[in-house]
Design a protein around this ligand. Sequence first.
Ligand SMILES: CCCC/C=C/CC(=O)SCCNC(=O)CCNC(=O)[C@H](O)C(C)(C)COP(=O)(O)OP(=O)(O)OC[C@H]1O[C@@H](n2cnc3c(N)ncnc32)[C@H](O)[C@@H]1OP(=O)(O)O
Length: 358
Amino acid sequence: MEASQKDFENAMNQVKLLKKDPGNEVKLKLYALYKQATEGPCNMPKPGVFDFINKAKWDAWNALGSLPKETARQNYVDLVSSLSPSSEASSQGEPGVHEKVPESEGIVVTSEDGITKITFNRPTKKNAITFQMYNQIIEALKTASTDNSAITVFTGNGDYYSSGNDLTNFTSAAGGMEEAAKTGAVVLRNFVNSFIDFPKPLIAVVNGPAVGISVTLLGMFDAVYASDKATFHTPFSSLGQTPEACSSYTFPKIMGPAKATEMLIFGKKLTAKEAWAQGLVTEVFPESTFQQEVWTKLKRYAKLPPNAMRISKELIRKSEKEKLYAVNAEECTTLQSKWLTEECINAIMSFVSRKAKL
Ligand SMILES: CCCC/C=C/CC(=O)SCCNC(=O)CCNC(=O)[C@H](O)C(C)(C)COP(=O)(O)OP(=O)(O)OC[C@H]1O[C@@H](n2cnc3c(N)ncnc32)[C@H](O)[C@@H]1OP(=O)(O)O
């Protein structure tokens, strides 16, 4: 029996209620079947080669050839019913690949016991950082710099601290790669400057693996506490990229140029113990007691006189500020051009198309 228009509409609603992200491949199939069922064979001009997302969507739709609308509708309904529905989650927008992270999902900010906590909250994407999240963090830091809290803490929800920059930031940008690289450089520069300027003690609670910018940023933190299951990985060369977040300056200073080279140029992944031995991490805790030990310690620190802490931080960091602004600017300019190189585009495309993982 063929699926009715009502079945089709129900299936579209069910897609919005899926508990688990079905992954890009399924989302592309859903998109293609939806378009075929509602508009017939692909009728859009083929997008440019750097317009990755629209090109993938076009390819998926075009591959359905002259499949009749009714069959596409039935296949859409069948595909949706093979995915597990749930009433717990909802998302907005057109079915398929247009689904976006809801505004509140990426970053969660709470304030309690004198501590402002900023949590990377995209556990299904290993807390990869979207453009939207960079901007949310800039705002959160602005608020935290004048709120009642004494200290500010970053941590991650789920098994990862963060897998770094969301590699689809560039492939999904509307205006193509050049526009995305320009936007990326501006966002990155403002983002890192907001860490350089942050006046209160800034602490990282590294609950699991950290990749890319979530590692390099640690050079801007005043203390870094890590679970023994955390790892620290900056695979910039294999991504055709270069260091950011002032790490080209802070890492050699923290660990010496030879060790910084192993991390930032050769992409050596450090265990928590190794990161501690190199001075990037303040203290490592066994995973079983990590949360309890760290938060007990932080609650104690947050009771210390806030003005004294702020002024001490200023004394420690003040002489570096101008240098850090300059390093940040240069790293961003360098990255803006690196993001447009074949090395980088190929690396990102091979991640997006799932051919390569770290
Ligand atoms: C504008 C400012 C720019 C600043 C620049 C910063 C530079 C960097 O941060 S470079 C570092 C970029 N990060 C990476 O290269 C990590 C890429 N991710 C991976 O290699 C792997 O996902 C992983 C080793 C982190 C985890 O592998 P695992 O097998 O355990 O899980 P997956 O199935 O791969 O991941 C689950 C889910 O999450 C998505 N995802 C993970 N990391 C990212 C990411 N960085 N960007 C986008 N998406 C990411 C992954 O695609 C999976 O999604 P689906 O379930 O939809 O397939």
